[in-house]
Write a protein that binds this ligand. Sequence first.
Ligand SMILES: NC(=O)c1ccc[n+]([C@@H]2O[C@H](COP(=O)([O-])OP(=O)(O)OC[C@H]3O[C@@H](n4cnc5c(N)ncnc54)[C@H](O)[C@@H]3O)[C@@H](O)[C@H]2O)c1
Length: 314
Amino acid sequence: MSRIACIGAGTVGRAWGVVFARAGHDVMLYDALPTEVNDRALPLARQTIELLARAGMLEEPVEVVFARLHPAASIAEAVTGAAYVQESVREDLATKRQVFAEIAAHAPADAILASSTSALPGSEFLGGLLDPGRALVAHPVNPPSLIPLVELCGTQWTRPETIDAARQLLTTAGMRPIVLRKEIEGFILNRLQFTLVAEALHLVGEGYCTPEDIDAVLTDGLALRWASIGPFEVAHLNAPDGLQGFVDRLGPMMKRLGALAQTDYDWTPAQVATAHAELAKRIPIEQIAERQAWRDRRILALRKLKQDDADGQA
Ligand SMILES: NC(=O)c1ccc[n+]([C@@H]2O[C@H](COP(=O)([O-])OP(=O)(O)OC[C@H]3O[C@@H](n4cnc5c(N)ncnc54)[C@H](O)[C@@H]3O)[C@@H](O)[C@H]2O)c1
């Protein structure tokens, strides 16, 4: 297997490390904070590998997979000999530009260079590179070690072969890439996610319901469907004549509610503080780590259910 470099080893970078190590690659991890890799990223990556093993999602012993993760002392050391580089440094244009310039200067000429950016169009920081044709955005869902979707988005310079090779490598590593046909800020996932969150803040802010109610609408309502079928298929299955019949009958209502949604709702700091207080009562701050571990187990349990179902139908 080829060598992979993960630049930035925080929440997302270390999870990418697990993805690639699980797939059999040797992974170099670099972070600007000297203690980050050894003191945090590696122990936390081991915990994730152990979690995957307990969930039956690891084909090799924990030690074998963990041994593929190596600390690097510099970007140059991390990317030397790498076939693929995944950048996950903080969401800041100037930092991304500077980090990519260094990556491009030291990585092999045929290496694929990918960014985890959540919302920044790649053309804003990948254009100045030596050969920007080999660079793209590969935006994961946090944490990519547990959630397979990844959004691939090229720039005007990205070669189609770069996208194809990234798609191939990530698919082989167990990810589920989608490829955007055009660049757009926030890509697809965050545009959908934050549109919903904006309207949720509006509904809570104007006193229609509580944050707990919104969470229940998702976890005991919409998301029970959405974990298996997305909104287009939901509409297709909610009418005997499929999507066309659904839109024929409910299209005017869909348009009206879309127009009424306040996605630019000007929420105030006081409204956020009230919502925070409600959440902190439900999940005290000191219990967040415990709740994250519970969330991660639930994600894997759901994935197992979906996989068993798919295997049963095969
Ligand atoms: N957290 C999420 O939910 C999420 C999801 C998808 C994508 N992303 C994106 O992934 C990227 C990383 O986010 P994160 O949540 O892991 O942030 P984070 O703060 O947990 O980690 C960022 C790491 O980058 C390191 N860093 C900063 N400057 C650096 C440099 N010049 N060279 C090397 N390392 C440097 C920091 O020390 C830190 O460890 C961001 O672009 C973010 O938008 C985040």
